[in-house]
Ligand binder design. Structure first.
Ligand code: AVJ
Ligand code: FE
Length: 434
């Protein structure tokens, strides 16, 4: 059955791998070697580690696992094994210097494109069904490019100012909240390019609830800050309150307070006035949770978020607007805008029920912790998802401006600790229907 309906995945695989590498080049070309090898934050790898890590994963999955000769050895793999060395100590390893890291990535890619020719579209090698291992590797590279964006945002040693693609002018912005009727919702995905943590697709009953039409904006969030929200324990999860007190956190990361209550923000290598109409980003889960409580609301669950994006089970969508992949008119994705767009900028990306901006701009924190869906099976390795399951991580949905379309869909799941603020994350609020 799968064979009869096999998609032409080879062309898509080549296209996605090529797009990812072109983006890597755009992001990193022109940066001096000294900046590529530098530790910009203890939370991040040096930039040149990610380059060779991406290439080494590609070698392992698209060459060695598919029967092509190895280009490197097991001790080389160990240097680029994310589980072997914490990010903060990777710059002490005998890593490939930047020029050699780029050359290794190019050599792997050349061999991959050549090796791909050996396989037919309907290959019955399990890793190639629907091109799935190519899908994973293309998404993996793009996810690391988003991580590189986060590293570049930490970087203060070099005035990084990439050319940004212009964003659309905001149109009519629907306001307030929308009541979403309850019912059966199809969560997750069985698509060959879905990650193990999205599988299997399954039905869940979600009660009716109210959801904000837009993510919370900088302007909204600044009211919470100005009204003393960070000094009032009533709004905070006790652990979050203890953490912000201990760390001296008083506003989102990269915001810079000005006399008279105005705000600036640092964006990569420049400082600019804080735009009130963009979704707030660089808030942690505790900050999102506190704002929601202050506003008399709460964060949506992951199931509620997916209910809003996909609709009810009878007419489930892959994206908020339908099943066609995101174009520029639907969502701010792919990294070339270098920031979120004002809310209301993508009317063509809204759901039929009037929820805007679910995909792109900023990741959205949910109240849910990260667990496997019922029937979860680790694939292709436990360290992608399974080792993170538990109550320590919160799920984020929808992708950010720095996420690539290939790695964003209603079922896609991201996760992080509730204290993490450097990722491109914001949130929207929900409320019980009474
Ligand atoms: C899904 C963003 C949490 O960076 O830890 C990259 C993605 N996994 N390489 C991460 C990932 C393996 C992952 N996140
Ligand atoms: Fe990785």
């Amino acid at each position: 059955v799968a064979r009869a309906r096999a998609l032409p995945w080879k062309a898509r695989a080549v296209e996605e791998l090529t797009a990812a590498r072109a983006r890597m080049r755009r992001m990193l070309e022109g940066l001096p070697g000294s900046v590529l090898v530098q530790q910009h934050s203890p939370l991040m790898s040096p930039l040149f580690w990610d380059v060779a890590h991406v290439a080494n994963q590609e070698e392992q999955w698209l060459l060695r696992a598919l029967g092509a000769p190895a280009l490197t050895t097991a001790d080389f793999d160990a240097l680029y094994d994310a589980f072997r060395h914490p990010r903060a100590t990777r710059c002490q390893l005998p890593l490939l210097p930047p020029a050699q890291a780029f050359a290794y990535a190019a050599r792997v890619r050349e061999a991959v494109l050549e090796h791909l020719q050996r396989f037919p579209e309907d290959s019955d090698v399990p890793l190639l069904r629907g091109g799935l291992v190519f899908g994973l590797v293309a998404q993996h590279e793009q996810q690391h490019l988003e991580t590189l964006c986060a590293t570049l945002q930490w970087m203060t040693s070099h005035a990084y100012r990439p050319a940004a693609r212009p964003r659309p002018r905001p149109g009519r912005a629907a306001q307030g909240e929308v009541y979403l009727p309850g019912g059966l919702v199809r969560l997750g995905s069985d698509s060959p390019w879905a990650y193990d943590n999205e599988r299997p697709a399954h039905l869940v009953r979600v009660p009716g609830f109210l959801l904000d039409a837009h993510p919370v904006t900088n302007g909204d969030y600044a009211v919470f800050v100005a009204s003393g929200g960070y000094e009032d324990a009533r709004w905070w999860d006790p652990q979050g309150y203890a953490w912000i007190r201990e760390q001296g956190v008083r506003h989102p990361l990269f915001w810079i307070p000005q006399a008279g209550g105005a705000w600036l923000r640092r964006r990569f290598g420049w400082v600019e006035p804080l735009p009130a109409d963009e979704p707030v980003q660089h808030v942690c889960w505790y900050e999102a949770d506190a704002y929601a409580r202050w506003a008399g609301k709460r964060l949506p669950t992951e199931a509620e978020w997916e209910r809003a994006a996909s609709g009810l089970a009878g007419a489930s969508r892959v994206f908020p607007w339908g099943d066609t992949p995101a174009g520029r008119e639907r969502a701010n994705l792919g990294g070339d805008t270098w920031g979120p767009s004002p809310v209301g900028s993508y009317p063509a990306g809204a759901t039929p029920e009037g929820i805007w901006g679910l995909i792109g701009d900023v990741w959205e924190w949910t109240s849910s912790t990260f667990h496997g869906h019922p029937g979860f099976v680790a694939f292709p390795y436990r360290e992608y998802s399974e080792v993170f399951f538990g109550t320590e991580y919160r799920v984020l949905k929808g992708g950010a401006w720095a996420s690539a379309p290939v790695a964003v869909r209603n079922s896609f799941r991201n996760w992080d600790y509730p204290i993490r603020r450097h990722i491109f994350a914001g949130f929207r609020c929900a409320r019980d229907a009474r």
